[in-house]
Design a protein around this ligand. Structure first.
Ligand code: BG6
Length: 520
């Protein structure tokens, strides 16, 4: 398919404000569960990127908290993590100074005495480094530790310090079904007010996800056709080539529906389907997203598909099946793939199918939203097409590539030159983020950490939103748990998921778009 590129005017770019006014007040970031992978792979690299961009306050400290007895080696591990996972040069002149702000405090999460000592240690650091009284607490622990940590922080008065303010960032998974999410919300809100709580979904930190709002609401040409009159159906795919990466015990309890659909996929769906908010204030945006989820009727089990990968070949490498992964039950019934057809029964979307899927060990890594438009009457062309180079005139397709190859493409029909007949061929108008703006090593956490430090909740989940998406997913989780999957594993690693997933779309005359990513 022919493709034309689009670019950005450098003069326009040079006039974009760089947000230097967005520097948070001085404070301490306390990361619970700091010895885990997330801290060194994502959080610390993101914080260092903020430092490089001059977006961290001068007086700022990071305290890692975990059970293990780590001393100065923690600092060395974080430094190595920043270099390895942050695309940072080990000799970057800012690195030593940044690393000197990091310290470690060993704590058993259910030991109240330890929290009193932690509080004293934070006061000491604040005094020594002339840091203000603000605290940002980040829970990057296993989910079962969220509630005890929060209760202990509350008991020590750390949620409402006498001076300054405290906020808490809570990683996913936020609960494992509706009831547990409600209970966790209750426990969190017993200690922290809702405006202090930042439930993180790292997909919302991705530039291309935020660009969905800009694309829809800062451009006039798409909004009039962004509805059931013009859109035939929507596909949202979150495909990973990775397996469970040593996280067997966690994944065994989670599965694709809990791990990806309830949060990341539902967030993408809400951004595609929401009405324009009255502002980008947290309340306005979150209210519109909530309306979308509330407009989704219960999802019939017949409209869902689950899968589990067997052995196969991914990126040219033989890989094991899920049941042979480390610390996974050899008879596991956990799904590594989930797909479903949902409707959004409101005035904008009634009758438009939204097909959602997320899977591990798929053929290609791609997170993509495809919006297929209805076709115009084509009789005049069909009469002429039979012998042309492209027999099928394809519907317009808007592709939003969240990752990788970040960008947006619009497919339309063009006349094939030099043919005597009106032969029509699909071509693509393609906007490529990296080509237009340069590539970036940001991982999504930069924006979210900065927003949390600034107290901006727009890109974080509200308790109502979390409960509503769990309310949609919980009946599926329960129905799947009650009925043994017929054949597991039911797809090869390196394929596009189970065959029954294709039938989900075929019923309505649609097919998954597996031609994902950018074809230059
Ligand atoms: C996490 C899931 O939330 O998202 C992982 O727990 C998954 O299982 C990851 O691999 C995918 O994130 P990204 O940013 O690589 O698409």
């Amino acid at each position: 398919m022919a493709t034309m590129q689009m670019s950005v005017n450098p003069e326009d770019l040079s006039q974009v404000p760089r947000g230097s006014e967005r520097i948070p007040e001085s404070g301490i970031l306390v990361i619970f569960g700091a010895s885990g992978d997330l801290t060194k792979r994502k959080l610390l690299p993101a914080l260092f990127h903020l430092e490089q961009a001059g977006l961290l306050p001068e007086n700022f400290a990071i305290v890692g908290v975990a059970r293990r007895a780590l001393g100065d080696e923690f600092r060395a591990q974080m430094r190595a993590g920043i270099v390895e996972h942050g695309g940072v040069d080990a000799s970057d002149p800012k690195l030593d100074n940044f690393v000197s702000r990091i310290s470690y405090f060993p704590l058993s999460f259910d030991d109240p005495v330890g929290y009193a000592a932690l509080k004293t240690e934070l006061e000491r650091i604040a005094q020594e480094r002339n840091i203000g009284p603000n605290l940002l607490i980040y829970l990057a622990t296993a989910p079962e530790s969220f509630a005890p940590i929060i209760a202990n922080l509350g008991a020590q008065g750390m949620a409402h310090p006498e001076q300054g303010k405290a906020s808490v960032v809570i990683e996913k998974p936020f609960g494992h079904d509706l009831e547990s999410a409600r209970e966790l919300n209750r426990q969190v809100n017993e200690v922290f007010h809702e405006e202090q709580v930042f439930r993180i979904d790292h997909y919302l930190g991705k530039e291309t996800v935020q660009n969905l709002l800009v694309f829809r609401f800062a451009n006039g040409i798409f909004e009039p056709i962004w509805n059931r009159n013009y859109i035939d159906h929507v596909q949202i795919t979150v495909a990973e080539t990775l397996g469970v990466e040593g996280r067997g015990p966690f994944y065994e309890k989670a599965g694709a529906l809990r791990d990806m659909v309830q949060n990341h996929v539902m967030q993408l769906l809400s951004l595609v389907a929401m009405e324009p908010p009255s502002s980008f204030e947290a309340d306005s945006v979150r209210r519109e997203k909530l309306k979308v989820w509330r407009a989704i009727p219960p999802i019939p089990i017949l409209n869902t598909v689950r899968g589990q990968y067997g052995p196969g070949v991914v990126d040219g490498q033989h890989v094991a099946g899920y049941r042979d992964e480390e610390r996974v039950n050899p008879e596991s019934r956990t799904e590594t793939y989930a797909a479903m057809r949902v409707g959004v029964e409101n005035w904008r979307w009634a009758g438009v199918p939204f097909y959602l899927r997320a899977g591990k060990r798929m053929k290609k890594r791609a997170t993509e939203i495809n919006i297929q438009f209805k076709q115009p009457p084509l009789l005049i062309f069909n009469r002429m097409q039979s012998s042309g180079p492209c027999h099928d005139i394809q519907p317009n397709l808007l592709t939003i590539r969240i990752q990788p190859d970040e960008g947006i493409a619009l497919r339309f029909g063009a006349k094939v030159p030099t043919t005597p007949e009106m032969a029509v061929c699909p071509v693509n108008m393609d906007f490529d983020y990296a080509a237009a703006f340069g590539s970036s090593s940001a991982n999504g956490y930069e924006r979210l950490l900065l927003d949390a430090m600034l107290g901006d909740q727009t890109l974080f989940a509200h308790r109502d939103g979390v409960e509503t998406t769990w309310a949609l997913c919980t009946p599926i989780i329960e129905a799947w748990a009650a009925k043994q999957p017929e054949v597991f594993p039911n797809y090869f690693a390196g394929s596009w998921g189970p065959e029954c997933s294709d039938h989900l779309l075929e019923r309505e005359g649609h097919t998954w778009r597996n031609n994902l990513g950018r074809k230059a």
